[in-house]
Write a protein that binds this ligand. Structure first.
Ligand code: NAD
Length: 308
């Protein structure tokens, strides 16, 4: 369990300031260094990175600074016996607040007033349009760190919270749990469907034509998970046909969302530029997790958040 060096790959700059991240390791028992591509690794090296690279399979341990590690070839890590860890467990409040921000806005119309504010216009919405989250039903699909945090917050706002999860273990604030094969039952009465699952073969296009048809016409989709969990063409069609009322989206099939995407143009679609986890101390939250695993690795303990 020798570990002599922590390498931070420059791709972390996608989400955090690399220098501040490296600095957060000042108290580590091993040195941390910022690196680019074209380096060789050996079993005494740890790598913290945003992107996967084939050469990381020669390292002793690799940490993906994202929660979603779907771009990493987990089979190859298992074959090579190189542990891969991710950053789930730290996105509860950050990402759920983005989900709540979208839900509150879609209900209370903050996004619409802001649109009109640009024209200095005192806009009056139709009487029927604003509503409260209180007493509305929300279905949270995937009750992990983000899903649970979302459910707790929705419960605190007086919503009726149901969820989709593979085990039927109770979750605080969630009144009913549906298994994934009962997705349609879970979503058909919901005013909000919030996606907080990882992107896997089982969740790919989880919401598509049939699901949008099953949903209420006044329902909103909130996707803070991964773009491909929603069939984006089907979503656009459902929005155009008024089969659902709107969406709050932090993630997309293609990111950045292409300029020509119809999703930019709907009054009741809120586009976040994949900023669910963005806060001014995100680098410290990730560093804390990595530092804990450095300790564990060196003392031969199981790594936290091991995904391969
Ligand atoms: P997590 O591992 O704590 O939770 C995921 C949950 O989904 C688990 O409880 C798991 O059992 C459940 N799940 C998996 N497959 C399922 C299925 N088919 N049906 C129902 N439930 C299923 O992870 P997390 O930290 O809560 O993050 C969840 C996902 O959110 C990540 O995988 C990532 O893709 C995404 N994410 C997005 C952002 C963002 O910026 N928008 C930030 C962090 C994470």
């Amino acid at each position: 369990h020798e570990l002599e060096q922590l390498y931070v790959h420059e791709s972390v700059e996608n989400v955090i300031p690399p220098a501040a991240f490296v600095e957060a390791f000042d108290d580590l028992p091993i040195p941390a260094e910022l690196v680019g591509d074209g380096r060789e690794y050996d079993s005494t090296d740890a790598v913290a990175t945003y992107v996967p690279r084939p050469e990381y399979l020669d390292a002793g341990w690799v940490h993906c600074i994202r929660a979603g590690y779907d771009e990493f070839d987990t089979d190859a890590y298992e074959r090579e016996g190189v542990p891969l860890t991710n950053s789930s467990g730290i996105h509860g409040s950050t990402v759920s607040e983005v989900a709540l921000n979208c839900m509150l806005s879609l209900a209370r119309l903050g996004h619409r007033y802001r649109d009109h504010q640009k024209e200095r216009e005192w806009w009056e919405p139709p009487y029927e349009r604003p509503f409260t989250l209180e007493n509305e039903r929300v279905c949270v699909v995937g009750l992990g760190t983000i899903g649970e945090a979302t459910a707790t917050r929705c419960d605190a706002l007086g919503m009726e919270v149901v969820g989709v999860r593979r085990s039927d273990e109770p979750v605080p604030g969630v009144s009913e749990i549906f298994s994934p094969d009962r997705l349609h039952d879970a979503i058909e009465d919901a005013r909000f469907v919030v996606l907080t699952v990882p992107h896997t073969p089982a969740t790919d296009d989880m919401l598509s034509d049939a699901e949008f048809a099953a949903m209420r016409e006044d329902a909103y989709v909130i996707n803070v998970a991964r773009g491909p969990v929603v069939d984006e063409d089907a979503l656009v069609e459902a929005l155009e046909a008024d089969a659902i009322a709107g969406a709050g989206l932090d993630v997309f099939e293609t990111e950045p969302l292409p300029e020509e995407s119809p999703l930019w143009g709907f009054d009741d679609v809120i586009v976040f530029p994949h900023k669910g986890s963005a806060t001014n101390r995100y680098h410290l939250d990730i560093a804390e997790l990595v530092a804990e695993n450095v300790e564990r690795y060196r003392s031969g303990e199981d790594l936290k958040n091991r995904v391969a």
